[in-house]
Design a binder for this molecule. Sequence first.
Ligand code: C5P
Length: 411
Amino acid sequence: MNYAHTEFAGFAGNRIQLGVTGSVSAFRAVDIMRRLQRADVQVGVTLTAAAQEFIRPLQFRALTSGPVYEGLFDANQADFAHLEPAQNADVFLVAPSTANILAKHAQGIGDDLLSSQLFSFRGPVVHAPAMNPRIWSSSAVQANIELLTSRGTILVPPETGLMACGEVGEGRLADVEEIFLMTLRSLVPNDLQGKRMLINLGPTQEFWDPVRILTNSSSGVMGASIALAAWLHGAEVTVVHGPTPHLWLPRFLSTVPVTSALQMHQACIDLASSADIICLTAAVSDYRPQELLPIKAKKQTLGATLMLPLEQNPDILADIGARRGSSQYLIGFAAETSDPEVHAQHKLHAKNLDLVIANSVISPGSGFGSSTNQVSLFSACGRTENWPLLSKPEVAFRIMEWICDSPSYTS
Ligand code: C5P
């Protein structure tokens, strides 16, 4: 699986307090801590007594410079350990979170260090529950979840699958990347809250017989980075994507899978009118075979050279540009092999865009399949910038800042 689009970093100066409770998935808390640290976040840890039956505090102490708490009356810790995260942490994440800690947090019981720390904490709290499906679906747990979410607690819902106990159902701890992103979202300004973004990404595939296609090597990483950056800034994001089987996408993005350019065109046109920001990053095939052969063509019949009549696909960006509302913000990409600036400026006007982002697809470290990109931006109001080679998530983050600062968007 490709996770290059989730590599957001630069959160030094932020601290997350990670509460670990007594679930068989407690060992995954180490991966969650390491994942947060990769984004430069400092992590403190609080283990309940039950968690320590599954994983030792030393495991965390060896890997973090943040405080690691073991219990309310632990002689080695500060006198006011139950208040310390409230003073120094930005977000409290409980992962895995058992039915017991959810009940204590919802009902106001503070009988151990973790529940007492949660009491005094006034910042965002994220719970990533993990438990047996029958316990998860019980009316008591669901009532506590409802109460907590109604008070603003953030939930990373468990996944459905095979449980450690052998049962199948909803209750598995969510993907580490989802827990990471949901926690990171609490550290990012919510300046796109209430905004809806439509984005397309990846390649399209044009079949000319049941097994053969015309396509390109777009990975979808740039588009997925933008989708996640917009979501981290509070937007509601819908992704129309071509075939990108290796690209991991979290459950909190709405996804519309398509195959051909015609399908992508239809899906984008249908969704465009309800979007505030439309960002079209897909490497759409400009042509499709005129005819789809009903059975696999034999090369013996086709001969040594093959002429395949092609017809032009609709230009999704140009069509949306032609019918867009003035309050919508429209972004296009210009992936070029020569003169990116000239082509970008032309596209800006020809397709009625607010912003065009140009990149050379042949420069080292830039374009298709790479985890980095070197882009230049040209806005309809005359602002131009050339950015250095950056990771695609970093490019995406800067694009969100550009949009939030843009007079045509904020006015
Ligand atoms: O004109 P060109 O294809 O180079 O423009 C690239 C931009 O147009 C990208 O944003 C791409 O997603 C979009 N595009 C499109 N429909 C097409 C071809 C390109 O929306 N058929």
